[in-house]
Design a protein around this ligand. Structure first.
Ligand SMILES: Nc1ncnc2c1ncn2[C@@H]1O[C@H](COP(=O)(O)OP(=O)(O)OP(=O)(O)O)[C@@H](O)[C@H]1O
Ligand SMILES: [Mg+2]
Length: 338
């Protein structure tokens, strides 16, 4: 299927006294003064494929939450078009928009957004109630997802009786309950301690493999982004500096800002053999092949032990697609130590 799940064309979100006029001014004259406005999203264009996981990163205030709120039309854009499954969501009536959110979208908010007067179980069952599911069906489903996030024992508690991390997990369970096609998550694991965070990431990857759910995920944590992302979008002052695979973000940063953003990252853990592989052009490369989806870090023993200059690289079907230059791979591996 070629149509993207989410399409965002030249989207602007400006806050202030005269947002539309200010966006127009900035289009003509990008360096115009702010005149009392904040440009939270600046001319963002991106496409997210069905089943893809896009991770949005950037410093605090760079516009991540606002962009995601635009994508789900929790805020109206100042300018530009957003399409979900080919449908322009700016043109939907309030009723159709509610239906779209109820049927297709799940959201986990940075601030949890739980209902304070409902128990954990009732909070998680709430979106199913909005869908008109029977009480017994929604309670059963709510229990199922609460068990997934490790909160089965807490179903009768109220949000105020939970820690921040537990509240966050209730928020995740609530949005998971409806099995959304498109899932927006705004720093969903930020309040979790490292061990639970990693467990949640693993669970998340497992869930991702079970469905072709499209996911937009905000995080401040580069390691988290690298574990989860198909592509990473790096934002600065409301604009996307680069939106690319993790391999290309670290190998070919589009701007100095992106290069600085990824400084200190162990690149050998990010880059896969396939990203460094060059075509054979008819020549034959001897030796056992390495898989293109293996990281350079995972190949370190082989790289050190190998004596040949070139190592064949195979795709997932075992076909040789090119060769890996051993010196280049070793440079990446040892780069930090040089
Ligand atoms: N309702 C609003 N009114 C005015 N300004 C706003 C509003 N919402 C967001 N902003 C501004 O837009 C900019 C982007 O905010 P946003 O919340 O999208 O950033 P963020 O990248 O999610 O930051 P963080 O990492 O801290 O969550 C900020 O300068 C913020 O002050
Ligand atoms: Mg935010």
């Amino acid at each position: 299927m070629s149509e993207p799940a989410i399409e965002c064309c030249n989207v602007w979100k400006v806050f202030g006294p005269n947002p539309v006029a200010h966006a127009r001014t900035l289009k003509q004259e990008p360096s115009a003064g702010s005149d009392g406005h904040v440009v939270a999203v600046r001319d963002v264009t991106l496409r997210v494929k069905r089943g893809e996981m896009l991770v949005v990163m950037g410093l605090s205030g760079s516009g991540k939450s606002t962009l995601v709120r635009c994508l789900s039309r929790l805020v109206d854009v100042t300018d530009g078009v957003i399409k979900i499954d080919g449908q322009d969501i700016g043109s939907l009536s309030e009723r159709d928009l509610i239906a779209l959110r109820r049927e297709k979208m799940g959201m986990v908010f940075q601030s949890f957004g739980l209902l304070p007067h409902r128990t954990v179980l009732e909070n998680v069952a709430f979106p199913l109630e909005m869908r008109g599911q029977s009480r017994s069906a929604r309670i059963a489903r709510a229990r199922e997802v609460l068990a997934l996030v490790g909160l089965a024992e807490r179903e009768d508690y109220y949000p105020r009786e939970l820690s921040g991390g537990q509240q966050q997990r209730v928020g995740i369970a609530r949005s998971l309950a409806i099995e959304p096609d498109i899932w927006f998550l705004d720093e969903p694991f930020s309040a979790l301690d490292p061990l639970i965070r990693r467990e949640m990431q693993d669970e998340f990857l497992r869930l991702k493999q079970l469905s072709d759910r499209t996911i937009v995920f905000i995080t401040h944590d580069f390691d988290e982004a690298l574990r989860l992302a198909d592509r990473i979008a790096i934002m600065k002052n409301g604009a996307i500096e680069q939106c690319d695979t993790p391999d290309r973000i670290v190998l070919q940063p589009a701007t100095d800002y992106v290069a600085r953003f990824t400084q200190g990252i162990d690149r050998a853990r990010v880059v896969h053999a396939g990203a460094l592989c060059t075509p054979l052009n008819g020549s034959i490369v001897e030796g056992a092949p390495v898989a293109s989806d293996v990281t350079i870090r995972a190949l370190s023993r082989r790289l050190v032990a190998e004596t040949r200059a070139l190592i064949p690289v195979a795709d997932s079907q075992g076909h040789i697609i090119g060769s890996l230059n051993r010196t280049q791979a070793l440079d990446l591996l040892l780069g930090e130590a040089q």
